[in-house]
Design a protein around this ligand. Sequence first.
Ligand SMILES: [Zn+2]
Length: 147
Amino acid sequence: MSCRLCAPDLGPILSESRLWQLVLNRNQNLLGKCFLVVRRHIETVPDLTPDEWNDLHLQIARSTNMLLDAFQPDHFNYAFLQNQDRHVHLHIIPRYSNPRTFNSFVFADPDYPGHYSVPAAARILPDDVFQELADTFRQSINRLSFS
Ligand SMILES: [Zn+2]
């Protein structure tokens, strides 16, 4: 069975380490939604090695700082779900007490601070705007790496 998270085209990679990759989620219903994917195919979280856990901690901090630098979220949800893609990955979901604007697109979080509606409607941005958003996050990562 083919695994979408083992495929070469995961989506825009924002940052990577030896063990994890940070990928921008195609669905931007909450601005900056992204996920960390472990770089080998395992399907259960307890199969992560101590090295992978240690690095995950660093990558979560880096991802959170990236989002804070770019859009100042008010809260974060971190979730291993794996309902659709069994390959171990961690969703990082920024939450906002009031709307943010990027490239004239307004992003609201109407359910804040409660649970968002499930299934929340997908929000797919035009390709050029999506790429520009990925570049914005890469610039935040670079800025943080050199500060
Ligand atoms: Zn996989």
